[in-house]
Design a protein around this ligand. Sequence first.
Ligand SMILES: [Ca+2]
Ligand SMILES: [Ca+2]
Ligand SMILES: [Ca+2]
Ligand SMILES: [Ca+2]
Length: 416
Amino acid sequence: MGVKNTFIRLVGASLTAVFFATIGISCNKNTNARSEKSTVTANATRDDKSNFRKHIISKDFISEGVAAADVNKDGSIDIMAGAYWFEAPDWKQHEIFPGKTFDPATEYSNSFLNLSLDVNLDGWEDLVVIAFPGEPAVWYENPQNKSGNWQKHAIDDAVGVGNESPNFVDVDGDGRVDILCADTRKSQIVWLKAPVQKDSLQWKIFAISKENAPGTEQFSHGLGLGDVNKDGRRDITIKDGWWEAPEDPTQGDWKFHKANFGEDCAHMHVLDVTGDGLNDVINSSAHKYGIWWHEQVQEAGSEPQWKTHLISKDLSQTHALALEDLNNDDKPDLVTGKRFFAHNDSDIDPGTHDPALLIWLEFMPGKTPYWEIHEIDNDSGVGLNIVTEDINKDGMSDIVVANKKGVFYFENTMAK
Ligand SMILES: [Ca+2]
Ligand SMILES: [Ca+2]
Ligand SMILES: [Ca+2]
Ligand SMILES: [Ca+2]
């Protein structure tokens, strides 16, 4: 690869000139790409060393959402996927509600995203299910080791949970995870605040946008929470821009800033990848090829500008993207993969029949940031949400996914 040395001059808020050495397409881990003319350049390298041990929890397509929690309170983390939970350590299958095995080629499941949360604050982890985009979310009450199906509860029958990448995040910082999503009734971005008192199990709905806002349709793609402007308040991103959080996140009508974060994407993450004090945005294509970071470039007194940089075009249908430090080097890495047959066995998405890769992208921050791509597996991929938690309690985050290939737990072996 030819290496071209040019310089980009960026004038920051302090009017200090910052210079970046620019090189061409990277071809090893010590190089990176940054170009003045083309801001879309590859900057990832490959290393197929897995560092993960695959546990097949189920080979059935039962859910594209997944959650992990100690369901039966025996001290081991169990796995929940749609209608079933799987009991550690042998992953015995138990029914939460009547389920079935779906046909990957022709069907969608009845479980797009899952979240474990003790909704009713009784000390037992319950299961939140977003069955299908646009449908109201529900939760199933953990029966405290009693037999039988779990009781189903509505979160709010009126709210159709839109956008295909709802985030399970603590929006108001009270220590409880909330649901950030769209409300398809009024086409608004909302967050659903999880109950905080046993005697009041109503979820509160807070709209943060005006009605008829972008990113709020049933099948809109791309949503994230992060502090874009570094004022200490986490903002909300969609592919067309971001809403600036006010001091009180329960307040409505956050100020919208237009921005171009590329095409239809999955979860969006906000992170200063260059270390220049300005937060950047990372996202992945939901149905096509591409993982990107969007560099925030700011001139004094003006709205931030965004430069798109390609991280990888290795795999298509990266319909879930998690940010997690997998190798414990205090640098948050990325986890994604192919959502195999995202639009069934059709020609709608490019690369439909490519291998169902699951990858992690090891983050190397700096003025010329790059991500070293590690293939974890080639016959699983992701669903619509990824669990990155320390399942086996060895101090390293593990990965759990559910998708059209089945349900899988990838044990992180990097500590060993
Ligand atoms: Ca509970
Ligand atoms: Ca902010
Ligand atoms: Ca790391
Ligand atoms: Ca672990």
